[in-house]
Design a binder for this molecule. Structure first.
Ligand SMILES: [Zn+2]
Length: 338
């Protein structure tokens, strides 16, 4: 008896234990299931509310998306040793949230079909190009920024004109700076809305959409529809090898003129450049040139560019250059490409 009892008892207890364990396990599973369900429901609701108001909220806050990765730039730049990196993301001064009197610029509508038929207004008569001896063209990329006014003050003081390849900065400050560029006789030109290499160089259509966005913005702020531009990173770079031929063909077909550079201030090189380096870079590079298209940056962190500018202008003048703004009759300076 004791023998049997001792054998049966543990067996019964074991079964019960298993049953209780199983029930508990099922209950836990059910709770986990319910938990996951609730989490997913909540998550999908947040995604919906975030994705919705593209037209309203985005009109106010429009700092360009954070650039991906700076600057292995045009290694193919025909030995120009020029680098032209991303727009500064530190330029908080150009963005404002109080934009009552600022025109609302909505992103371009989704386009389908052949990109050559998109945005028919992005079209100009093909220009006749001319060249002038011993002419230097100061160009400033990535603005407007907190430094735009300082750059403009120096240009005014020195009595020279320059070219600004601008990006998608919105708000009253950006508007005022773009207007000042135009009002003081400089050329406002297109660089990019997002300056996001991966985005704009995804396809000719993607490039056109971004281009239309910045063109519309500049025109709404200044009344000027720019007819010249500079590719972010230059005409040929690591990001657009597969599409640059189609994009350049399309932009030329539309009557646009684009400019690279043959002199660089080096203000965008890794680690930056001192005031003296900027001066030396420009004046050493330009010495041997008959026509110099000079790359500088108009960005909040490019303070040495501003400091160097008076000496750069004086030095170029001493070298016999006349400083002018680009327009679409100036024969382009471009990297060698096929
Ligand atoms: Zn740039």
């Amino acid at each position: 008896m004791p023998y049997k009892a001792s054998r049966r008892k543990p067996a019964i207890t074991g079964n019960k234990k298993w049953a209780v364990f199983l029930i508990l396990f099922c209950v836990i599973l059910i709770f986990i299931g319910i938990g996951i369900l609730i989490y997913r429901l909540a998550d999908s609701q947040t995604e919906e509310t975030m994705a919705e108001p593209a037209g309203t909220a985005s009109a106010v806050n429009t700092q360009p998306p954070a650039p991906d990765n700076p600057s292995t730039e045009p290694s193919s730049s025909a030995g120009q040793n020029a680098s032209e990196p991303e727009a500064s993301s530190t330029d908080s001064g150009a963005v404002s949230t109080s934009s009552e009197d600022v025109p609302v610029v909505t992103p371009p509508a989704e386009q389908t079909g052949n990109y050559q038929e998109w945005f028919p207004d992005l079209h100009f008569p093909k220009p006749e190009y001319t060249t002038k001896d011993k002419t230097a063209y100061l160009t400033f990329d990535d603005g407007p920024s907190e430094n735009t006014d300082k750059v403009l003050d120096i240009l005014k003081e020195k009595g020279v004109k320059a070219t600004f390849f601008v990006v998608g900065k919105e708000g009253p400050d950006a508007q005022r700076r773009m207007q000042r560029i135009v009002n003081e006789g400089h050329t406002i030109a297109i660089h990019s809305y997002t300056h996001d290499y991966k985005q704009i160089y995804a396809s000719p259509g993607a490039f056109l959409k971004d281009f239309e966005h910045i063109s519309t913005l500049v025109e709404s702020y200044t009344g000027v529809k720019p007819n010249i531009f500079r590719f972010p990173g230059g005409t040929v770079n690591a990001y657009n090898k597969n599409v640059y031929k189609d994009i350049t063909a399309e932009m030329l077909r539309r009557g646009y003129t684009f400019y690279d550079w043959n002199v660089s201030s080096g203000d965008a090189s890794a680690g930056g450049a001192t005031k003296q380096q900027c001066i030396d870079n420009v004046l050493n590079d330009s010495k041997s040139k008959n026509r110099a298209v000079i790359l500088c940056h108009d960005a909040a962190d490019k303070k040495t560019t501003v400091e160097a500018l008076p000496a750069i202008i004086d030095g170029l003048t001493e070298q016999g250059f006349t400083l002018e703004a680009l327009d679409n009759t100036v024969k382009p300076v471009t990297f060698n490409y096929e």
